[in-house]
Design a protein around this ligand. Structure first.
Ligand SMILES: *[C@@H]1O[C@H](CO)[C@@H](O)[C@H](O)[C@H]1NC(C)=O
Ligand SMILES: *[C@@H]1O[C@H](CO)[C@@H](O)[C@H](O)[C@H]1NC(C)=O
Ligand SMILES: *[C@@H]1O[C@H](CO)[C@@H](O)[C@H](O)[C@H]1NC(C)=O
Ligand SMILES: *[C@@H]1O[C@H](CO)[C@@H](O)[C@H](O)[C@H]1NC(C)=O
Ligand SMILES: *[C@@H]1O[C@H](CO)[C@@H](O)[C@H](O)[C@H]1NC(C)=O
Ligand SMILES: *[C@@H]1O[C@H](CO)[C@@H](O)[C@H](O)[C@H]1NC(C)=O
Ligand SMILES: *[C@@H]1O[C@H](CO)[C@@H](O)[C@H](O)[C@H]1NC(C)=O
Ligand SMILES: *[C@@H]1O[C@H](CO)[C@@H](O)[C@H](O)[C@H]1NC(C)=O
Ligand SMILES: *[C@@H]1O[C@H](CO)[C@@H](O)[C@H](O)[C@H]1NC(C)=O
Ligand SMILES: *[C@@H]1O[C@H](CO)[C@@H](O)[C@H](O)[C@H]1NC(C)=O
Ligand SMILES: *[C@@H]1O[C@H](CO)[C@@H](O)[C@H](O)[C@H]1NC(C)=O
Ligand SMILES: *[C@@H]1O[C@H](CO)[C@@H](O)[C@H](O)[C@H]1NC(C)=O
Length: 634
């Protein structure tokens, strides 16, 4: 949950409840006392099993380090195992734009006072145990974009006032215990694209006539309810791609307009009592472009025949199992097998050479060790049943939306769940550009990507449909990077960068680091006598260029084990048998003398379980001063 965006004004308090919070503080903010009181009251009505909010009773939320309270225009949330109820005082947070208590265990009813938070844009209460009815006041929110209270135990009808939500694009109330008929007034919501009301106890007429007026509607999910009339014949928007009416008690025949929906990709009317014949015009007259598919699930109804051709165009699937026509007609056998419920899941790991990155770093697809941002994500009602054909399209849509390169976006795992929904484990990696690429995202990039997910600020398309975020996991390196402590001399961010530069190459070896620096002419044979850089660090040896040459078989390709941070890395064996990694800088990316010495000193002081220690360095000086820096990591 956060209160107004931006913190130029005093009241700009951002409050978040999250599992992995950043602690970022703006110093001079003084929070409006009304809001502070409101926060205290809200806390008082929650049961904080983990004690995460125990510091919410002293000082000012913005200056006294309240857990999860953020005073910058970053947002955040996520499951914190909170139970208890939502206090009505929440309505006093009058600058709130996002109210986010997703995936907790909050009980009680939804305070009607939420309806008075004028600026509210995202109302996210899904995944709790909320009961009671929907307050009609929620319909008064003039800027609400996303209404998401799915997966609770809400009862009663949808209030007519919701028709006034004229900015709402996503309206999700699925998986509750709502009853009554669907209000025809909802057709007055001009911005609505996704209407998801499945798994409730609605009855009567399924699609009110007026819904024909919802011109932007692309997805309508009314499955698993008790609609028991015939499907109205008023044509829905040409924009519609998904209609799911399965698992109701619908009667009558298929309305003819189902054959006139130019963008339809998924139609499910399975498990109803529809009868008559199935018009082949649904698929016959369709022109499917590019990657479009048409998936028609009509199983377990009372259909007696197909009127028209049974030749399906490519990319159309039709399921008819469990209809009378299947029991006595062999020509329909191809449609009468039951849809294989062996939903195919996927698991993808990148395969890179022998070495492994030290956890939590992982190989990217281009075999570069980096720390991913891990995202658990779910498509709530995808318009396909086999994801494999759409993985590329999904990757490109998401990477475009996140403004990252497609190779930074990795689908680690996907798994079909009840619904059917498609759960995914995603990994976002920093980009490998050249050897100086960072192995972690910088803080602002992490925050930017996080916000895109948390604010639902990502593109969806008709095919993939609405999504939900289950978790945004920040691994160890990001906790270091994001916690900035201005007082200490060396920032943790910088330190992490250095450690990372090194550990990316600490692979199968486990001894010590040897840092070398060479200055030599074009032709090593003509090199003059070496002179040493004046650096004395206890326990650090110095080496000659020739020794490094010998150790690596003249920097042969076969000795090369990697590439990154400061240049190429070679495996070498010193005369005494010590196995080392040797890092050789790229020409043109030269360090100054001072930087080089600083680096050696720093490396000699660093102790980290993932970081090997420094054993030595080398500096040779030739006449023409072509510099090559070599670092050795065992
Ligand atoms: C909440 O408390 C639990 C248990 O003390 C702890 O493991 C977790 O890190 C805390 N979360 C936050 C966001 O402070
Ligand atoms: C804020 O709280 C965190 C964790 O509770 C602690 O590590 C940090 O030192 C605190 N900072 C200040 C300025 O009190
Ligand atoms: C959440 O709280 C319940 C008790 O209310 C506890 O049993 C459970 O272990 C907690 N879960 C986590 C992840 O902290
Ligand atoms: C919500 O509904 C589920 C499933 O019907 C039930 O298990 C759970 O106890 C209910 N919770 C509350 C708070 O009523
Ligand atoms: C929504 O309705 C309000 C009043 O009912 C009106 O002022 C506003 O302009 C409408 N917004 C849109 C986007 O139609
Ligand atoms: C259809 O559903 C409505 C509302 O649930 C109910 O009142 C009515 O009796 C049902 N009609 C039939 C024929 O089952
Ligand atoms: C659609 O909207 C128009 C104008 O608002 C209205 O006249 C018409 O009755 C509506 N159609 C239905 C089926 O409600
Ligand atoms: C489809 O939706 C777009 C906006 O998303 C709208 O401009 C257009 O009029 C709609 N098309 C139809 C046929 O309703
Ligand atoms: C239809 O209902 C049966 C039994 O209730 C269920 O097993 C099946 O999954 C349903 N089919 C679809 C397509 O939802
Ligand atoms: C279809 O079912 C309805 C009632 O559910 C019935 O009145 C009608 O006669 C049936 N039509 C056919 C062709 O079986
Ligand atoms: C659609 O059909 C065409 C032609 O058979 C085929 O090349 C294409 O791969 C199909 N697309 C999908 C998404 O299956
Ligand atoms: C089987 O179905 C096809 C296509 O609907 C139809 O042409 C044919 O007459 C049917 N045969 C029987 C015996 O019903």
């Amino acid at each position: 949950m956060y209160l107004s965006k931006g913190c130029k004004c005093e009241e700009a308090v951002l409050l978040c409840l999250c599992f992995f919070c950043y602690f970022l503080f703006a110093t001079a903010l003084i929070t409006d006392p009304t809001e502070v009181d409101a926060l205290r009251t809200i806390k008082g009505s929650l049961i904080d099993t983990n004690g995460n909010l125990s510091n919410w009773d002293r000082g000012d939320p913005c200056t006294s380090n309240w857990t999860g309270v953020m005073c910058l225009d970053t947002t955040h949330l996520l499951n914190m195992n909170l139970s208890g109820t939502l206090a009505p005082e929440i309505g006093r947070l009058s600058y709130l734009e996002v109210l986010d208590f997703m995936w907790n265990d909050i009980t009680g009813s939804i305070p009607k006072e939420i309806g008075f938070i004028n600026p509210l844009k995202l109302l996210l209460l899904n995944g709790n145990q909320l009961t009671g009815e929907l307050p009609e006041e929620l319909g008064f929110l003039p800027f609400l974009i996303r209404f998401q209270i799915d997966q609770n135990n809400i009862t009663g009808p949808i209030p007519l006032s919701f028709a006034k939500l004229n900015t709402t694009v996503h309206f999700l109330l699925d998986n509750n215990k709502l009853t009554g008929e669907l209000p025809s007034e909802l057709s007055e919501m001009p911005s609505l694209k996704i209407l998801q009301l499945d798994n409730n106890n609605f009855g009567g007429n399924s699609i009110p006539h007026s819904y024909a007026n919802m011109s932007k509607l692309i997805k309508l999910d009314l499955s698993f309810n008790q609609f028991n009339e015939s499907i109205p014949t008023n044509k829905l928007s040409d924009n519609i791609t998904t209609i799911d009416l399965s698992n109701n008690d619908l009667i009558g025949t298929i309305p003819s307009y189902f054959s006139r929906l130019p963008r339809l990709q998924k139609l499910s009317i399975a498990n109803n009592s529809l009868n008559g014949s199935v018009p082949s015009t649904i698929w016959q007259d369709r022109i499917l472009n590019g990657s479009e598919m048409l998936h028609l699930d009509m199983q377990r109804n009372q259909f007696t025949s197909i009127s028209g051709s049974t030749n399906l165009p490519p990319n159309v699937t039709l399921w008819l199992e469990g209809n009378p026509m299947c029991s006595n007609n062999n020509t329909l056998a191809q449609f009468c097998g039951s849809e294989s419920d062996s939903s195919i899941n996927g698991n993808f790991s990148v395969s890179c050479p022998t070495q492994a990155c030290p956890p939590p770093y992982e190989y990217t697809v281009d075999c570069f060790c980096a720390a991913p941002l891990v995202v658990n994500y779910r498509l709530k009602s995808p318009g396909f049943s086999d994801f494999r054909t759409y993985m590329n399209a999904f990757q490109s849509m998401m990477s475009r939306g996140l403004k990252i390169h497609i190779i930074q976006f990795h689908i680690n795992k996907f798994e079909w769940e009840e619904g059917p929904r498609l759960g995914m484990n995603l990994k976002l990696f920093p980009m490998y550009v050249d050897d100086n690429s960072s192995h972690v995202f910088n803080t602002s990039e992490v925050l930017r990507l996080r916000n895109l997910f948390l604010d639902f600020d990502l593109p969806t398309n008709d095919l993939f449909g609405p999504f939900e975020l289950l978790d945004f996991i920040l691994l160890d390196p990001y906790r270091d990077v994001t916690v900035t402590s201005p007082s200490s001399g060396i920032s943790k961010g910088a330190l992490a960068g250095i450690v990372l530069g090194a550990i990316a190459f600490v692979v199968t070896f486990s001894a010590t680091i040897l840092v070398l620096r060479l200055r030599l002419r074009d032709t090593p044979s003509k090199r003059t006598k070496a002179s040493r850089v004046s650096i004395k660090i206890e326990g650090i040896r110095s080496f000659y260029y020739e020794e490094m040459q010998a150790a690596t078989n003249n920097f042969s390709v076969s000795a090369r084990i990697g590439q990154g941070g400061y240049g190429r890395v070679f495996k070498g064996v010193l005369p005494d048998g010590t196995v080392v990694a040797i890092k050789r800088a790229q020409e043109g990316s030269l360090q100054g003398e001072k930087e080089f010495l600083t680096e050696i000193e720093l490396l000699s002081r660093l102790h980290h379980r993932n970081l090997v220690s420094l054993i030595g360095y080398c500096d040779e000086e030739g006449e023409q001063f072509i510099q090559k820096n070599l670092l050795l990591f065992p």
